[in-house]
Each structure stands twice: as C-alpha cells, then as structure tokens.
Ligand binder design. Sequence first.
Ligand code: ARG
Length: 489
Amino acid sequence: MSNSQANSAPSAPSHNQLDTKAQAWSALFSEPMSDLVKRYTSSVFFDKRLWQADIAGSLAHAEMLAAQGIISASDHADIQRGMAQITSEIESGGFEWKLDLEDVHLNIEARLTQLVGDAGKRLHTGRSRNDQVATDVRLWLRSEIDLIADLLKELQVSLVDVAEQNVEVILPGFTHLQVAQPVSFGHHMLAYVEMFARDAERMADVRRRVNVLPLGSAALAGTTYPLDRERVARSLGMDGVCQNSLDAVSDRDFAIEFTAAASLCMVHVSRLSEELIIWMSQNFGFIRIADRFTTGSSIMPQKKNPDVPELARGKTGRVVGHLMGLITLMKGQPLAYNKDNQEDKEPLFDTVDTLKDTLRIFAEMVGGQLNPATGQKEGGITVNAPAMEQAALKGYATATDLADYLVKKGLPFRDAHETVAHAVKAAVSHQVDLSELPLAVLQGFHPQIEKDVFDALSLRGSLNARNTLGGTAPAQVRAQLARHRARLG
Ligand code: ARG
C-alpha cells in the first residue's frame, strides 16, 4: 500500500511488513519523508548502541505479556527465537541498520517481524517507543555506571598506592599557589582519594534513581492491557517502577544527574591534571610521568609535553558542556514525551565514553600497570622527593610553626603572627630560611625563643606537629591510608 494512494479512495488495511519508517505509523501519511528530514530525524546511527538494552527490555516485556495471557506462549517463543537470531546478527556485524527505520527500536522490531511474522507485530502490544526508549536508556546507563564505579575504584587504589609510598615525602603545600605549609605527598594524594570517593558515592546514588522502570507507561497515559509492571521490573533487575506514566516517559533528570556527577568527577580529574602539569614542569621538577603519556615537539627537541593531563583538563570542558546541553534540552518541555528527548543520547554517550577513558588512563598513569611477571605495578608517576623537599625549604613554609611555638610560650596568636612577620622579613633580606637565622638573631624578635625552636622550624617537625584528625602528620596519614584500604577492599 503506497502512501500516495491515501488521498484517493479509502484503502484496505496494509499487511505489509514494517519495511520503512512510514509504515511504523500508518497509511495516514500522504507523502514520504524527504531525505533531508529522514536524516534529520533519525537516530539509528548513534542509538544503535542501545541494542542490547532494547532487546533485554523487549524480552522482559514479551515474557510478561505471555504470563498475563496477552500473547500466546508460541508467540513468546517466536519472539525469543527471533531476538536470539537478531543478537547474533548484530554481534557478528551482519545486521543491516536502516536509516529509513529511524531508530534502534524500529530497526530491531522490523527485523523481528521479518524473521517471525505476526509474533513480531504483537511485541509492541501495550508499549510505545516512549516508554521503550526511556527504559533502554536507563538499562544502558545502569550498566555503564557499574563500569564507572569499578574504574573509580581502580583510580582510588592507584592514588592510595602512591600515597602509601610517599607518606614521609614532604612538599610545599600551597594556598593561592604560594608556599604555605609543608605537607606529606601521601596526604596530598589522599585528598584526591576523598574527591573520587565522593564521586563514587554520587554515582551510586544516581544509580538508585536510574534503576526504575518506565515500561508499562506506554505513550504517556498507561495502557488498557493488564500489564504486570512489577514483574518486568524484577526480571530486568530494576528496583521499582515509575509511578506516574507522564513523568516516566518524559523526564530525563536521571541523565542530567548522571552528567552532573560525571562533570564533578571530571572537574576533580582536571584539578589533578593541573597539578601534574605544574609538578612536571622544569621549574618544579617534582614528578615525572611515564613517556607513554607524553609527547614530544616537532620543533623543540628537548620537549616532553604532558598531553594526557592537558587533554583531560580540556575534556572536562566538553563534559560540562554536555551537562549544559542536557539541562537546557529539558528546560521548558511540556509533558509528556517530546522528540527533543532524542537529543539526550549523544551528549550522554559521549559523557560516558569520555569519563571512562579518562578514569582508565589516569588509574594507569598515576599507579602504573600490573606486570604479570612480577605481580607489581610499574610505570606510574615517579616522585622526586629531594626536589619537593628543596622547594618546601624555600618560601618560609614553617613560619606558622614559629608563631605556634610562641603561642605555646604564652603569646596571643595575633602578637606571635606579627613577631614572625618581622622574622620572615629579616630572613628574606638575608636570603636565608628561618631555620638558618642564628639563635641570637631569632631571640632579637622575642626573648622567649630558645634552642628548641629549631625543631619547630624543621620541615619534619612542622609535619609531625599537625597531628589532628585529617592533618598531614604521618601518623594521621597512615590512619587514613588504613581506612581507605579497608574501604576499597
Ligand atoms: N528515537 C526516539 C528517542 O530517542 C524514540 C522515541 C520516539 N517516540 C516518538 N513518539 N517519536 O527518543
């Protein structure tokens, strides 16, 4: 039945198979879609990556339809057989994806009907692409979140490994990128572990809201068939069913939330990237990263550029951009489903791809790669402890310790602060560290300064003194290491 005949006499119902997209909705249409519109509206070339979720959702739906007596057992068996065949066709690369069939859902359904006939046409009973696509995206995202959770764990383990080897290594801690106080490099690494641990928690939290079933909401209002939605949810391993059909088919807040969590995680990666870049610059020389994560310059033979951290910093902008795209996509959309939502996929897919690649590469770049021969990880970042310590000796990192020393002798903190400022000024003019000023000179700033001041002024003394919970004293860092090891298993 060709569409062009629709304007003339009323026509008999078509029994054609679903070969083109127009046939998915009916003979109501009086002209075919132009090629440009077909291309503009179709999503198959990106949403085909939902195929496994689409088939899983369809199988769960068909199983329930059969259990409820809505389709026969033999239709159900045909659908299962057809889907098994489609699965192997897609896996082997033999499946022919057709632009004409718009999206992954229509492509698979059309092929099913080609393979098993009427049973294929019965699959869509009590279902719409609106609840179908919402279900597919949720199923797909759920499994991606699980992979991301593993990668976040790997990255944390890498950071904990580096932290453990560097508890006693001292570098200057910065505020405003000015030398502030000495900190343990292990402590510094564990700051990132805290960030990525929160990212993992956020992902787990998002997963709870992703893992809820829209199927059974049909186009927008529910359906007239006696569906058992709880049964479908159980068979798909979902934690519950969406309780309002209009909301279920239309909101993409779960994708937005995920992208927000991914953006924050990338922001954390970008902070680490920035530090790695600074630390490996010649002026710092604190660390080296393995050559395989750097590139040379085509003109300057001496260069080794930190391309991977730089790209990660750049890709953070890309993911934050996807968040802006998705949240703007949702803004002002009336209930219920609108085609705008088809635009959720590319930003979501790219967010997942970018985040996964970034986490994988960072876990290896920081912690190294397992050498199966030795059972050890190799090729992670190399720490130049003397360079770090040397830098901490510049910049009066222990000035606060001198103030604290005076407070312990009874001075009010503000007065001690002022006294030390004078001492630092003198040290600056002599171009020496505070610890290099003779005792007599120090005593000129305050008579209560005694020989034991030099313990307070040493980097190690300063570090050990910050022994409050969460502080940088090695004892505290070791306690945190143990906590993270236990948590990460
Ligand atoms: N490809 C569509 C999407 O991604 C599937 C849902 C289409 N529904 C519709 N009523 N046109 O959102």
